[in-house]
Every structure is written in C-alpha cells, then in structure tokens.
Design a protein around this ligand. Structure first.
Ligand code: UDP
Length: 238
C-alpha cells in the first residue's frame, strides 16, 4: 500500500456482465447506476477500474467454435475498450474526470497504459479506467486487475459480482446448505477450488499479500460502500 498522500486507493474490477446487465452489449441504465455510485466516492478515495468484456466476446468461447485463440482473445480485449468508453461517458455525465488507459494502443480513444501517469491522475481525483486487459492473449481481466492493483499500489482489489453477494462454501444457486463466508484466505480458496477469480489472479494476490473484497453489485449503494471500505461481502487475505 502506498501511504503517500494518505488516501485509500482501490482497484475495482467490473466484469462484462456488469455492463451488459446479463445481455450482449451495453445496458445504459446499469452502467449509469454504477457510474453514479463511483462518482459518490470521488475526492475521498482514489479509484482505478479494470473492465472486463464478457458481455461482448470471450476468447476461450470463440476458439471453441473454431476461431484462432489469440485472434479471439484480441476481440475480447477490444470489447473491454467499448465498456471503458461507456463507463467514461457516464462517469463524466456524473461530473467525474476520467481517463481511459488502454494496453493496446488506440490513441484516438484512450491513453496508453502508463502506470505512473495513472497514479498521477488518481492523485488529481480522476478515475482511471484500464482497458484492453493486459494486451496479451491467454490472460483474463481478473489477472489484469491483480497486476494493475499491484503496479499502481492499490490497497485492495474490489471484485464486483453480479447475482451473488460474496464467497460461499458452495454454489448458493445449487446447494441450499451453502454458507456465506465473511473471511477467507487465498490458501483456503485455492485448496477448496473456490473460484472467486481465476487461479493466476489469486496466486498473484497471495504471493504479493494483496487483499481482495468480493461483493455483490445488487444491494443499494454497494459499489460506493465497497470503495469507501465498509465491511461488505467477503474479504480474502493471505
Ligand atoms: N482478454 C485477453 N487478455 C487479457 C484480458 C482479456 O485475451 O489480458 C480477452 C479474453 O479473450 C477474455 C476477454 O478478453 O475472455 C474478456 O475478458 P474477461 O473474460 O476477463 O472479461 P469478464 O469475464 O470480466 O467479463
């Protein structure tokens, strides 16, 4: 954690399903709602966001239908950039200065990913949105969330989930005996194969002692609460 400036700095991961409202493409009502919740925290907390793209394309799925995996992954990454631009628009409508930084160069719509500049933006109360994943096929935006959080020295990764409000002992949609956990260690999650994020991402968080909060999008003001550091969802630690 970077204590310079003394402010809390968070890395929020928003998956594609958050943007699509469960469908293909971008659902403006949902994105506006999320943007307004983020806007409510500006000035109090420094916020960077990693955006997923599953509402457009997932490389692994496209490759199963016969596409070359790397090319399909690039399509996936380009999808994340569309989500970034939608989020940027609604954040700016809510009065928040934002910058999109892309891992694939596309100067007309986004800055390049420059970590020190991202930190500077946050210090100036700008929300930074990271798009195009890592710019590398075979990676996921979960892994990118862990990597970006480490590189910009965020205090915590906040994993916003749709349809579930934290980590459970089993899948709550299938197992009525599933119990929600308030706390969990990375070792327990890895050992019990609890997939809160992919294994690469979890290992990266574990090895670098980066805490994660898994929380549900649905509750009123939950995104705001998570950013402000309220106890919510499940905390995953070393
Ligand atoms: N992707 C990639 N490299 C990255 C990040 C993403 O190749 O660094 C591709 C991959 O095909 C992935 C897609 O982009 O399926 C969308 O990202 P992801 O599935 O992580 O989005 P989410 O599940 O969060 O919506």
């Amino acid at each position: 954690p970077d204590e310079v400036g003394g402010r809390r700095r968070v890395l929020l991961k928003l998956s594609g399903e958050v943007f699509g409202g469960g469908k293909l493409g971008v659902d403006p009502v949902t994105v506006r709602g999320v943007a307004e919740q983020i806007a409510a925290t500006v000035g109090k907390v420094e916020v960077a966001i990693v955006v997923g793209g599953g509402n457009f394309f997932r490389g692994a799925e496209l490759s199963q239908s016969g596409m070359d995996r790397s090319r399909a992954d690039y399509m996936g990454m380009l999808g994340t950039v569309m989500n970034c631009l939608a989020l940027q628009d609604f954040l700016e409508q809510a009065g928040v200065e934002t910058r999109v930084q892309s891992a694939i160069s596309m100067a007309q719509v986004a800055e390049a990913y420059i970590p020190r500049r991202a930190i500077r933006h946050m210090e100036k109360d700008r929300v930074v949105i990271f798009g195009a994943g890592a710019g590398l096929p075979y990676f996921s935006t979960d892994t990118v969330a862990a990597q970006r959080a480490l590189e910009v020295r965020a205090d915590v990764v906040l994993m916003a989930k749709s349809g579930v409000d934290g980590v459970y002992t089993a899948d709550p949609k299938k197992d009525p005996d599933a119990v929600k956990l308030d706390r969990l260690t990375y070792d327990e999650a890895l050992l019990k194969n609890i997939r809160v994020m992919d294994q690469t991402a979890m290992t990266m968080c574990k090895d670098n002692k980066l805490d994660m909060v898994v929380f549900g999008m649905e509750g009123e003001g939950n995104v705001t609460r998570a950013i402000l550091g309220e106890t919510i969802g499940t905390v995953v630690t070393v």
